[in-house]
Design a binder for this molecule. Structure first.
Ligand SMILES: [Zn+2]
Ligand SMILES: [Zn+2]
Length: 317
């Protein structure tokens, strides 16, 4: 099969021929039809998650299964033996082997998946358009689900910090799943404009934020954005941090509003992927995608790194 390999940390991607994979035990093989390109892929290239090279990248994978038809791959594969996996929370398994981040992923014609439970049927959905839901869309979905108890309160106000790809998904989810008034905060005027087009009620620059909010989701995770979350969450409200920028704020009595909840959110569960595909079948939640052939994976990375993309990039195979 044809595959795109990262031979070593920091190197260029290479298009190579690999032997076709063979399924053992519970494993399943899918014929990959499309794979989204995610910022995490660049982090793997940079060695930010350790060195798993040589590795085939790609964790937003859709493809064809010989019995299930078109499927989406749940990529954060759990160990299957820990308490988190037992609770169906494979995305926070300590021994997870995420496809395309730790083990070979979907920048290839075929992918071996450990178990059929990690395949979600796509039904009539367009595989190329939905591919980014597997990571970007699902991560935003889980984050918003954490905040629905707060966002669904009468007269609730919700804030989305960061109006990049994940933030744009979150706006739609909040509008579809709650009646909250949605305010988006971003430095970039173009992204604020996109946010309003996606259904946000207000779009503000970081220094324009006022008042208290019941639910705040932070897709940046830097010190200043966490501070905005801390300063503008109401008592008993909830701040969910998704962005991996690495900031922090002090926590304890007197440091945060009484009974406010601060939590992180990681990717999504297998069950939530099924829910999200169901939502995608009923509502218009997708963001624009731009396609490139698999062989141009390096160009896709170059453009993502340079910020030269207005849509999610998807490699087609
Ligand atoms: Zn586990
Ligand atoms: Zn990703």
């Amino acid at each position: 099969m044809k595959a795109v390999v990262l031979p070593s940390v920091g190197s260029q991607l290479e298009v190579v021929e690999r032997p076709d994979p063979v399924a053992n035990g519970t494993e399943e093989i899918i014929q990959v039809s499309a794979c989204g390109v995610c910022h995490s892929d660049l982090h793997v290239v940079d060695g930010d998650y350790g060195d798993q090279t040589p590795i085939i990248l790609g964790h937003e994978v859709v493809g064809e299964h010989n019995k299930l038809g078109p499927v989406m791959v749940f990529a954060p594969w759990g160990c299957g033996a820990c308490p988190e996996c037992a609770k169906g929370q494979q995305q926070i398994c300590s021994n997870a082997t995420e496809a395309g981040l730790v083990v070979d992923g979907g920048y290839a014609e075929q992918l071996v998946v450990p178990h059929r439970d990690y395949l979600a049927p796509l039904g009539d959905l367009d595989p190329v358009k939905v591919a980014p839901l597997a990571c970007g869309g699902l991560t935003a979905y889980r984050a918003v689900c954490h905040g629905l108890p707060e966002a669904r309160q009468k007269g609730a106000r919700a804030m989305v910090i960061g109006a990049g790809g994940l933030g744009q998904y979150a706006i739609r989810y909040l509008r579809l799943l709650s009646d909250a008034e949605v305010t988006v905060v971003d430095l970039d005027a173009n992204k604020r404009q996109q946010a309003l087009a996606r259904g946000a009620h207000h779009a503000l620059g970081p220094d324009q934020v006022e008042g208290k909010y019941d639910f705040i989701v932070d897709f940046v995770g830097a010190g200043p954005t966490l501070t905005t979350g801390r300063d503008h969450i109401c008592k008993g409200g909830r701040v969910v941090v998704v962005g991996l920028f690495g900031g922090d704020v002090p926590f304890g009595f007197g440091k945060v509003p009484h009974e406010a909840i601060f939590q992180t959110s990681v990717w999504g569960s297998p069950q939530q992927m099924v829910e999200l595909l169901d939502l995608a079948g009923r509502e218009d939640i997708l963001v624009p995608v731009e396609t490139l052939p698999l062989e141009q994976a390096q160009q896709a990375h170059d453009r993502l790194r340079a910020g030269q993309v207005d849509a999610r990039l998807v490699l087609t195979i």
